[in-house]
Design a binder for this molecule. Structure first.
Ligand code: ATP
Ligand code: SF4
Ligand code: MG
Length: 340
């Protein structure tokens, strides 16, 4: 698929101030939440962004959604950088890149009906057209809420979590986007309905050729659902490639830890169609993620890495190609061809 959205060197540091004893502010420090992240979203492809809590996944999504400014780096939609916040190009960007949040309870306004939410989305983006009723029905059909009349005048509290998430997706589709950023879209839903929502997203990818970023804790669901997978650790990308390769043949020691700590490795190796992503809990690997205020020098994973070498403590590993599959790379000194 053609490149829709690209990030290069994306960096976000959140300033933190420490109060001194007399209420004076201490030295300026920052949470280095996202550091030098590059990724590409393609038309008709799902890219998973996997990592444990606090690794910076949501910050990447919020940066891509332009919810706050980046500290550094570049974001390009169809090759064009959008720099001026609030300008015409910025508004076009915000229409074309839509976000779906983890919590469908919080993202819908409880005092408004489905009709209100969807009408508003269509109007904001100038897509209400001549036949608003038809446009509303089409949106609900697209997220498989049938018959639409059953849902259109319901309030959020009259819907299940899964139905609410479908309404949130329909609202995003109201903008006629090219990219969807789905931040843990099923993690707050009942296990039994997660697969239905993921299958809906896959259906949208195929029918509308959307470029989808799928953020998850759960590397097993990435294999089931994503074409490509990128693994994030402590604010940095550590490995990327096609999902099959990343889950079957992980190269980076952190990715291996993630997969080894999934409860039942046979499920990862087994038939993906039967896999219920909801059954695989969050990563439970040994050790704690590091502080992002004062992250480890060199490779940020070195304090937890079972095969760390001396240079890992001081030298930041760049991306190295892993030669088992095209496009597979790992930011790890083990793959430094020059050293072998
Ligand atoms: P989770 O899986 O729990 O959702 P995540 O991978 O989405 O985690 P982020 O929410 O992106 O992680 O947070 C990355 C880091 O940035 C964390 O250390 C978090 O505390 C910090 N952080 C996020 N937002 C802010 C903010 N607005 N101000 C200060 N620090 C922040
Ligand atoms: Fe481990 Fe070194 Fe590779 Fe980092 S660079 S993952 S510390 S071997
Ligand atoms: Mg998050």
């Amino acid at each position: 698929g053609a490149v829709v959205l690209e990030a290069e060197g994306l960096t976000k540091h959140f300033p933190v101030r420490r109060k001194g004893r007399a209420g004076l502010t201490g030295p300026r420090r920052a949470v280095q939440a996202v550091d030098d992240v590059s990724l590409t979203l393609r038309r008709g492809r799902v890219t998973a962004l996997v990592g444990e809590s606090g690794s910076g996944k949501s910050t990447v999504a919020r940066l891509l959604a332009q919810l706050y400014p980046r500290t550094d780096g570049d974001i390009r939609l169809h090759g064009e950088t959008v720099n001026v916040r609030g300008g015409k190009a910025f508004r076009a960007y915000c229409r074309q890149v839509q976000m779906i949040f983890q919590d469908p309870f919080a993202s819908l306004n409880p005092v408004h009906t489905v009709r209100y939410h969807l009408t508003r989305a269509l109007k904001i983006h100038g897509r209400a057209g001549d036949d608003l009723e038809q446009a509303l029905h089409d949106l609900l059909l697209r997220v498989q809420m049938t018959p639409p009349e059953r849902y259109i005048d319901k309030f959020p509290h009259e819907l299940s979590g899964g139905q609410r998430q479908r309404v949130a997706i329909a609202r995003a589709l109201g903008a006629d986007p090219e990219a969807l950023l789905a931040d843990e879209p099923v993690s707050m839903l009942d296990v039994s309905i997660r697969l239905g929502v993921l299958n809906l997203l896959r259906d949208l990818k195929e029918r509308l050729h959307l470029a989808i970023l799928y953020i998850t804790h759960d590397i097993a669901s990435a294999r089931y659902f994503a074409d490509e997978t990128m693994v994030m650790y402590a604010g940095r990308m550590v490995e990327g490639g096609d999902s099959e390769t990343i889950t079957q043949n992980p190269a980076h020691p952190y990715t291996r830890l993630l997969i080894d700590s999934a409860p039942d490795p046979d499920r990862l190796a087994g038939g993906s169609a039967e896999l219920d992503p909801g059954e695989v809990p969050a990563e439970r690997g040994a050790g704690e993620p590091p502080s992002l205020i004062d992250p480890p020098s060199g490779c940020r994973f070195h304090p937890r890495c079972p095969v760390a070498m001396e240079r890992c403590k001081t030298d930041l590993p760049p991306r190295f190609e892993v030669d088992d599959a095209p496009g597979h790379w790992a930011a790890c000194w083990l793959y430094d061809g020059a050293a072998r």
